[in-house]
Design a protein around this ligand. Structure first.
Ligand code: ADP
Ligand code: MG
Length: 263
């Protein structure tokens, strides 16, 4: 049997909004084998971002049932930084601006934190800063971005498309083994979509697994995902091949919602 990078079973999640709480995910089941690229599509409000944020450990979301394993280890009991150290990475739908912190500074700290957790007693490598700089500059160049983005404050004043590419640059530098990408291609023009897809493709290797949330088959034509899952109303309705993404692009979601009595 294939090793699973991500194994989500009957996951139930509520959102805390002041005193009230509302169930958003109503029993999600999803398996992503190691080394594969999977996609989640679905109408707005299905709970796609809720799923991504819950997997990363956002405090706004409470898990009320079910389990999630990352490479066979329980994920839900881990703190956010522990999840990152285990190689989980989330590229945000709406990246936040962080005034006062440069991209290079932010990433260097994240990079060191991950490196130290892998080798707690490892000696400090004097060439590590240089190697890191090179990696960051190469990532920015691959994404067709000016290298001065590394010294600019994180996402401040960046356009929507630039913010998305900065997310990918971070992913390339940190080299995670399980990435979640929430609408990474929303707001990107055709050329930028291609650049981003190429950057993701360049990361593909046996120990790289991706779960990509998108509305558009365009990026999928470049990425050639192994599986497409459709989410609606807090559940995974069905899981099929790439042809499903094309069909949804042509016909919208109504037909599949009624096929599964989910409308
Ligand atoms: P998607 O990413 O699939 O568009 P979301 O996960 O963002 O869906 O949202 C799922 C549902 O959760 C929606 O119905 C949305 O209105 C609701 N929701 C999201 N954030 C909040 C919040 N802070 N308070 C109440 N409901 C929320
Ligand atoms: Mg969303």
């Amino acid at each position: 049997m294939q090793e699973l990078a991500l194994d989500i079973r009957d996951l139930r999640v509520s959102i805390n909004d002041g005193d009230s709480s509302k169930e958003i995910l109503k029993g999600i089941n999803l398996e992503v084998p190691k080394g594969q690229v999977h996609v989640i599509m679905g109408p707005n409000g299905s709970g796609k971002s809720t799923l991504a944020h819950t997997l990363m450990g956002h405090p706004k979301y409470s898990v009320t049932g079910g389990s999630v394993s990352l490479y066979g280890e329980d994920l839900l009991s881990l703190k956010v930084y522990e999840r990152a150290r285990k190689g989980l990475f989330l590229a945000y739908q709406y990246p936040v601006e962080v005034p006062g912190v440069s991209l290079a500074h932010f990433l260097w700290n994240a990079n060191q934190s991950i490196a130290q957790s892998k080798q707690p007693t490892g000696k400090k490598d004097p060439k590590a800063v240089l190697a890191f700089r090179k990696r960051l500059n190469a990532a920015l160049e691959n994404l067709k971005m000016a290298t001065d983005f590394s010294t600019r404050h994180l996402n401040v004043g960046a356009s929507g498309g630039e913010k998305k590419r900065i997310e990918i640059a971070q992913m390339q530098v940190l080299d995670p083994r399980m990435v979640l990408m929430d609408e990474i291609d929303s707001g990107l023009d055709i050329d930028s979509t291609k650049v981003v897809a190429q950057a993701i493709n360049a990361m593909k290797k046996p120990d790289f697994t991706a779960l990509i949330i998108t509305h558009y088959p365009r990026i999928l034509e470049y990425l050639q995902p192994d599986r497409v899952h459709v989410m609606a109303a807090g559940k995974v309705l069905c899981s099929r091949g790439m042809e499903l993404a094309r069909e949804l692009e042509q016909k919208g979601y109504d037909w599949i919602l009624s096929e599964y009595n989910a409308s």
